[in-house]
Ligand binder design. Structure first.
Ligand code: PGA
Length: 248
């Protein structure tokens, strides 16, 4: 595994953009797996800057997001579709028709989750998957205890995640309690993975996920099984790591 310790969020954005952009040059069309949350925002800012400077072309890029809340309209300002439009898609030359987010409003969520898996398969799989990590070690909305071979499905959110996300909603009661998420098995099939982490609230999750045992109790630890994973971690999130890792 490659772990790169960076000084701050801006450097995290640049280093992760370098990894992905150089891989994008290798293949066309290209399929990106994307994540929401505050962590990937510096990466998306880099994508936007480099797109405006002509260094990356999104015209033939397809995207699949990890997850979406159940019950929120795509136009709701806390839905992940809305987030992706606002933080990335509205600012680059991507075709919105080629961007995919799981459908949190589907009448038959299970069928829609299966269709999402089929779409990913039909385009030949995800080339580079971007991940954040929850303070409880989750990836996507695969909460502790998720099967390491899980697929896209509806899940219940833990109280820990509902608490972490409540800062974005006016009232705690408004935070959705269910979501649709790619599974850990789905994520592990991506050709390459980059997991980003910043902030002191991620110290324990990063230490356990990178250097602890592989266990469903820490979903991100499953990435230790992936042949091409890079963890880009800010110094303040890396203080629990003990091995000698690369400093950017
Ligand atoms: P955050 O969320 O980037 O807002 O910390 C990460 C996650 O829960 O995956």
């Amino acid at each position: 595994m490659r772990v790169i310790i960076v000084t701050d969020k801006n450097q995290m954005g640049r280093v992760s953009a370098d990894l992905i952009v150089s891989d994008m040059k290798r293949k066309c069309p290209y399929t990106l797996g994307l994540a929401t949350g505050s962590t990937p925002v510096p990466l998306y800012k880099e994508f936007i800057r480099r797109n405006h400077e002509g260094q990356i072309d999104f015209a033939t890029v397809m995207t699949f997001n990890l997850d979406e809340y159940v019950g929120l309209e795509p136009t709701h300002d806390q839905s992940y579709r809305y987030f992706m439009n606002k933080e990335l898609f509205d600012h680059v030359n991507i075709s919105k028709k080629l961007t995919h987010v799981p459908d949190g409003r589907a009448r038959d969520v299970a069928a829609s989750a299966d269709a999402y898996e089929a779409q990913i398969r039909d385009v030949g799989g995800i080339d580079y998957q971007v991940l954040g990590i929850g303070s409880n070690g989750h990836i996507g909305f695969n909460e502790p205890g998720s099967s390491l071979s899980s697929r896209t499905r509806k899940v219940r959110l833990t109280q820990n995640t509902i608490r972490d996300n409540s800062r974005f909603f006016a009232r705690k009661e408004d935070v959705p309690t269910e979501a649709v998420t790619m599974g850990i098995g789905t994520i592990l099939e991506s050709r390459k993975v980059v997991l980003l982490a910043s902030g002191a609230n991620k110290v324990e999750a990063i230490a356990k996920a990178v250097e602890g045992p592989v266990t469903a109790t820490v979903p991100a630890s499953a990435l230790q099984m992936h042949p091409h994973v890079t963890w880009v971690v800010t110094r303040d999130a890396a203080t629990g790591l003990r091995l000698e890792w690369e400093q950017a």
